[in-house]
Design a protein. Sequence first.
Length: 225
Amino acid sequence: MVHDRRVPAKRQRPKLSGRRLFAFDRRIGSRWVAGADEAGRGCLAGPLVAAAVLFDIDALTTRELRALAALNDSKQHTTEMRSELYPKVLRIASRVHVVSRCPRGIDARGLHKTNLAALRDALLGVAVPGTVCLSDGFPLGPFPHELRAVIDGDATSAAIAAASIVAKVSRDRFMHRVDALHPGWGFAEHVGYSTPEHRTAIQQQGVSPLHRMSFQSTAYQQLAL
């Protein structure tokens, strides 16, 4: 008789990146730490969404830190994991503020200016006196609170990572809803990013009211607009 001595594979536990990210925010030395990040900056269609999250670092409990132990840059998570973290961030954060900028506004002001303004407005929506505000890599210019640009901030700071989750989930949910209003472009699948399917849809049926016309995209250059 042959016995199978193979050991069953252990179930992988989520990496405890949240501990490292909260340790970074705690080293800042302020009770109030706010982070901002955006979603949709590189999309062909849909809004740019910026979010800011404020944590009261001194008030965080062990249970709350454990609930956000898997917190990380939204791009490092699956859709399911982002959806799981999203309500936890809303519950544990002291304040959350979401800002949306429409395609026509992006076309009028330019993507970079729109992005910086949205991040500033999001942070202003959560900051309290004494807050240290963190942005993901972008210096935001003059600001009424202490402001620091953190390189790779969404993978470094818990506040920025939490903001990246809120921004991404908020924007994706919006794009899923408008898919029914603007069928044919597949917004529920690619949420506005430049995928081959999205570019093919533009070539076949043109652009929708959700498309940004200021991008020099190959998909647009192939059309007579």
